[in-house]
Design a protein around this ligand. Sequence first.
Ligand SMILES: NC(=O)c1ccc[n+]([C@@H]2O[C@H](COP(=O)([O-])OP(=O)(O)OC[C@H]3O[C@@H](n4cnc5c(N)ncnc54)[C@H](OP(=O)(O)O)[C@@H]3O)[C@@H](O)[C@H]2O)c1
Length: 318
Amino acid sequence: MKTIELGQQGLKVPAVGLGCMGMSDFYGSSALQENLKVLDRAAELGCTFWDTADIYGPFRNEALLARALNGRRENITLATKFGIRRDAAGGWLGVSGHPDYVKASCEASLKRLKTDYIDLYYQHRMDPDVPVEDTVGAMAELVAEGKVKYLGLSEADSDTLQRACSVHPISALQTEYSLWSRDVEEDILPTCQRLGIGFVAYSPLGRGFLAGAIRHRDDLQAGDWRLDNPRFQEAALEHNRALVEQIEHIAASRGVTNAQVALTWLLARKPGIAMIPGTRKIPYLEQNWSAMEIELSADELDALDTFSGEFATMGARY
Ligand SMILES: NC(=O)c1ccc[n+]([C@@H]2O[C@H](COP(=O)([O-])OP(=O)(O)OC[C@H]3O[C@@H](n4cnc5c(N)ncnc54)[C@H](OP(=O)(O)O)[C@@H]3O)[C@@H](O)[C@H]2O)c1
């Protein structure tokens, strides 16, 4: 197993964690018992870095994790997030980084998660109306109160990261990063390195696209959030297929899966980063976990690097 130290405050996690969002939201239906089995298997494997957020479900994903955490809380590094507001019916209510909202969100998450601490607490999206110093100030109070161990931000820019660190050490930035989303390499990753912030790659499989099974919009269930995402429009799926073919070529010659190639490429990034592929299926979880045992040659990594670096992905991330 490859372990990554996120930040400089002692937070150590397996490089491949588990994104739990799709179990409750965005990517079509799923079954409670199956989800619990995936979480049990993850714990058994040592895939103990679990990622959720209050808004996944909304709110149901944290409740799901509470069930899976029962009896093994101290073995799991639990990450959750606040900052995007939704109502119980799923309506979108904007963002908030207001200190009172930070405190109330944390209390609500602790209650749903049936735990008395969160290992890594992220601000999910920045609030343009509240200085990040105020938000992180409130998050730092949660650390002082023992309710949170480490702090993180998600999708923050370099200036925000710098300002946040002036208030309290930030252990992790969680932002999208994969073979089709490499924009963080220019400025964000160097900033994280300079400030001693760990990096957690979300959607490391390109929301499933890089794994190869999503070729057409028909491959997604009605109501799947991806149908509204620019990269999952038919023309983009067709154009971006060239990147999948490059991955497939290496996967076939190695006898591994596309998903494993996509994760192995991320696992080879320097300095090391953590990633949280999302899945609702035990075979996928096992594949993703075992990507840590695969070593691609320098030539294979170079080929992926060059092709994806020069590839103009069609469609914005959101
Ligand atoms: N901070 C943020 O703003 C933010 C945004 C998005 C996501 N996230 C976090 O990041 C996590 C991962 O991102 P994501 O779920 O959007 O995208 P992802 O991990 O790139 O891809 C998930 C998709 O890939 C499929 N998949 C997983 N492993 C596979 C394999 N081995 N072979 C084939 N298909 C495979 C899953 O299918 P099944 O579900 O059918 O197994 C699912 O459709 C989320 O769960 C969430 O915790 C954070």
